[in-house]
Design a protein around this ligand. Structure first.
Ligand SMILES: [Zn+2]
Length: 382
């Protein structure tokens, strides 16, 4: 099957992150087994989703991981003109949810399987297809921990997120945190007798904002990234029942988008210090049961690969260019990188079309990715 035909099949599976991806995984497993390739499935806890891992070529050494996620973002509330889970071709473009992010890459990898199989590969390729990437890079973690127990560590990893096939060596990391402020309610006419959870949350948000200003200092800039500094923002806040009640509950969600090399946990530590040493003593002087609770929402590390590394040279050869860039979005690459597997991001399509209604990928992008896969076959052959 061609990459276009395969993409049509993959788009036909509704693999929005909240759904099971098992039907897609079964399809891929059958396809691989028809080409004489065995797959390993690594299920989630309740067995409703799975990662797929497969190796083509010699099994007694590490190879090149071709990594992509099988899940897609929802289409709810988006004005789609074309069907989301049925591929439509128009004017050299293929429409459907996941065409660009990132079933297009998976389709090109699968289309190259017969070539990988037929070649005398000196170095193996590994297929790593994950679930739950779009909800915090969750699924791939069990692939990476499985690899840690294997005798041969992969040599390199190519994450096929859409970069229009430009080689990308870095992205920021992310830390998402939920804070719950438990105050003490009372009639608003006696406001000083209560502990106002919203006002406490507001103080914390102002503090986050000040930390953000500090991180934006030009002394910390890394011009490879845009914006060239780590950022902090609060995205959700909820609290209060009525104006005449001092609110007892407020929760807010905030995130840090950190430059590689900056530990976002430092922000959380500073916020916990502020809560423990400045806010809580005053709150508890009024009501002993008040509290501020921090809950992790999601986190993934940044990616930073050196331009002089072997994996950078490999992707430059495959992509036919060495104008390395960075991307603003996160990928599973930071987790591979953290596990000691040299990683780059390079895949077909453009993220401008990702996560949007009438998502599409240009056929020309698939063709160029097919050609890149053929160069990889040659590169890994004897
Ligand atoms: Zn993606």
């Amino acid at each position: 099957m061609t990459s276009q035909e395969l993409l049509g099949k993959l788009v036909g599976f509704d693999t929005v992150s909240r759904e099971s991806n098992l039907a897609l995984i079964e399809f891929v497993r059958n396809y691989l087994s028809q080409h004489g390739v065995d797959s390993e499935l690594i299920h989630n806890e309740d067995g409703s989703k799975a990662n797929l891992w497969a190796t083509i070529g010699p099994a007694d050494r590490g190879g090149v991981v071709l990594s992509g996620h099988t899940d897609v973002v929802p289409v709810d509330g988006q004005p789609w003109m074309l069907p989301a889970f049925e591929m439509t071709e128009r004017d050299g473009k293929l429409y459907g949810r996941g065409t660009t992010d990132m079933k297009g890459y998976l389709a090109c990898v699968l289309a190259a399987v017969p070539s990988f199989k037929a070649a005398k590969l000196e170095t193996p390729v590994h297929l790593a297809f994950s679930y739950d990437e779009e909800v915090g890079c969750l699924g791939v973690r069990s692939i990476i921990s499985m690899l840690e127990d294997r005798p041969h560590k992969p040599l390199a990893c190519i994450i096929g997120e859409p970069t229009e096939l430009k080689p990308v060596l870095g992205h920021k990391g992310k830390l998402g945190v939920r804070c719950r402020v438990h105050g003490a309610p009372c009639h608003s006419a006696y406001a000083p007798e209560g502990v106002n959870a919203i006002e406490t949350a507001a103080k914390m948000i102002v503090r986050l904002n000040q930390i953000g200003d500090r991180l934006a200092d030009p002394a910390h800039h890394d011009e490879r990234f845009y914006p060239p500094f780590s950022t902090v923002q609060t995205g959700v806040i909820e609290g209060g029942r009525a104006l005449n009640i001092v609110p007892s509950e407020c929760r807010f969600d905030w995130e840090v988008r950190s430059l590689p090399g900056f530990d976002a946990n430092e922000v959380e530590r500073e916020m916990r210090d502020y809560a423990d040493n400045e806010l809580l003593p005053r709150m508890r002087a009024i009501e002993a049961t008040t509290d501020i609770v921090f809950e992790p929402l999601q986190a993934y590390p940044g990616l930073t690969t050196e331009a002089s590394s072997e994996v950078a040279r490999l992707i430059a050869t495959l992509a036919g260019r060495d104008d390395f860039g960075t991307v603003a979005y996160g990928t599973e690459g930071g987790l591979f990188h953290e596990a000691g597997i040299p990683t780059v991001v390079c895949g077909p399509g453009c993220m401008d079309q990702g996560h949007k209604p009438d998502e599409f990928i240009a056929i020309e992008q698939l063709e160029r990715c097919d050609a890149m896969m053929q160069r990889l076959v040659e590169h890994l052959s004897a």
